[in-house]
Design a protein around this ligand. Structure first.
Ligand SMILES: Cc1ncc(COP(=O)(O)O)c(C=O)c1O
Length: 460
């Protein structure tokens, strides 16, 4: 069907149900007449659905729209670029926007991360980083270094290589077998640290795993600065410094997966800057363009690049659209907005207000933990606050899918009610938000969590 005519909302529903395969969605849930939420417009921190209902976008459209919705100037930068050069590939050629953007990213990135390999999104960035570390070790005479250490419950994307790093059983099992060599260690869930275990054991578990696998077989460790899946697990003090030492001792590369944690989400351009560590590679996407165009990047150190500069060597990898000129122009305009409108400063100034608002919800019986950093925060929901007792799978399903997701949306708040670990509500508003917007979030979140608490107390 090819038409550009405007449609009524019911037509859109019918067409969506018949033809659109939504990602990670239980499509069967819409068979009985339930409506697909169709978002038609965005401005600042808000979006509107097809019926004209207004929502606070407390998730920045999946950690993406860092500068907020509706920036015509940023979109215009892509359109202007199209008039000059709509597309040319970076396979064997270069063009000005990709060059300028690579230089700008290298300038902002920590240390000697001076080489930028563009992709079309986060999964492609992680996939590229995995292939990069493997080929790097082969070129430097260590062909057996192929394994990748990641953390339990972490999400690093869905391509078969990235999936070997993703530590979420439900997302892995349907697709096995996939790339060999992915292994997992405990994450930094400080709320549920096993009794008697100190936080220092978390970094040591990486050392133990490297030694168990055999250092000569381990290519890299991949970690997010703040782990998304499971609910915004922050690193304990000194964690990344110790991980860096361990990696150096065993000639293992450190990949900082910052698909979410870069471009101001934690108040710095990169999460590694917030926690003061130097990775060998940063993977990024989402906020690079504030998702006004699809683009990702792998940012690699000079050392990583060295063997690829020798003789006839090349990185045997690429994507047609890597460095797409329109996307690169949009990214440049997005970074202009971040600089000129002091977006990172806004996060630093108001992070505390955001966190205080969430902390104030701790009087609600099912609020077990509040954690996160910057504009990337989570609330873990528990059955019993004193004992930290978990909800069962069935209770979690009825709490999140049976009530919270729908009710928060119905009352005008888009956020993430997630159970890839224990049930959590995640909030990650556009980085332009401030106290007024936090009050708006609270005005929905508090009554809905209170109602959820009452319901769960009755049910238990
Ligand atoms: C840390 C991390 N890595 C990789 C990805 C995959 O990114 P994409 O969905 O753009 O492929 C995500 C997506 O949310 C992510 O959060």
């Amino acid at each position: 069907m090819a038409t550009t005519e405007p449609r009524t909302s019911s037509e859109l529903q019918t067409l969506a149900k018949r033809h659109l395969w939504m990602h990670f969605s239980r499509m069967g849930a819409y068979a009985d007449g339930a409506e697909i939420p169709i978002i038609v417009k965005g401005q600042g921190c808000h979006v509107w659905d097809e019926h004209g209902n207004k929502y606070f976008d407390g998730l920045s459209a999946l950690f993406c729209v860092n500068i907020g919705h509706g920036r015509h100037d940023v979109a215009q930068a892509g359109a202007d670029q199209a008039k000059e050069l709509g597309f040319f590939t970076t396979w064997s050629y270069a063009h000005p926007r990709a060059i300028e953007l690579a230089a700008r990213i290298a300038h902002l990135a920590p240390g000697d991360l001076n080489r930028v390999f563009f992709t079309s999104g986060g999964g492609e960035s992680v996939e590229s980083a995995i292939k990069l570390v493997r080929q790097f070790h082969k070129l430097t005479g260590k062909p057996n270094k192929t394994k990748l250490i990641a953390r339990q419950t972490a999400y690093h994307g869905t391509t078969l290589g990235a999936l070997a790093a993703t530590g979420i059983t439900n997302l892995r099992q349907p697709f096995e077998p996939f790339m060999p060599g992915g292994c997992h260690v405990p994450n930094t869930n400080l709320y549920r640290l096993p009794a008697g275990q100190g936080v220092e054991t978390l970094a040591e578990s990486i050392r133990e795993r490297i030694e168990f696998e055999g250092p000569d077989t381990v290519a890299a460790v991949i970690l997010e600065p703040v782990q998304n899946a499971g609910g915004c697990f922050t690193p304990p003090h000194g964690y990344f410094q110790r991980v860096r030492e361990i990696c150096d001792e065993h000639d293992v590369l450190l990949i900082s997966d910052e698909v979410i944690c870069s471009w101001g989400r934690l108040g710095e351009y990169f999460g590694a800057q917030r926690y003061d560590y130097q990775p060998d590679i940063i993977t990024t996407a989402k906020g690079l363009t504030s998702s006004y165009a699809p683009m990702g990047a792998v940012i690699a150190s000079d050392r990583l690049m060295e063997p690829f500069l020798e003789g006839t060597n090349s990185f045997a990898h690429g994507f047609t659209w890597g460095g797409h000129p329109m996307c690169a122009a949009v990214a440049m305009a997005n970074l202009d907005v971040m600089e000129e409108e002091h977006i990172l400063e806004n996060v630093r100034t108001h992070e505390h207000d955001f966190r205080s608002m969430l902390e104030s919800l701790r009087d609600i019986p099912i609020v077990g933990d509040v954690r996160g950093a910057g504009y990337f925060q989570a609330i873990e929901l528990v059955k019993d606050r004193e004992t930290k007792e978990h909800f069962s799978k069935a209770e979690s399903e009825s709490l999140l899918r049976g009530f919270l997701s729908g009710e928060l949306y119905r009352r005008g708040l888009i956020c993430r009610a997630d159970d890839r670990g224990d049930p959590v509500i995640q909030l990650s508003p556009p980085l332009i938000a401030g106290p007024e917007e936090f009050a708006e979030i609270e005005s929905v979140l508090r009554p809905v969590l209170e109602e959820a608490s009452r319901r769960m107390q009755v049910a238990c």
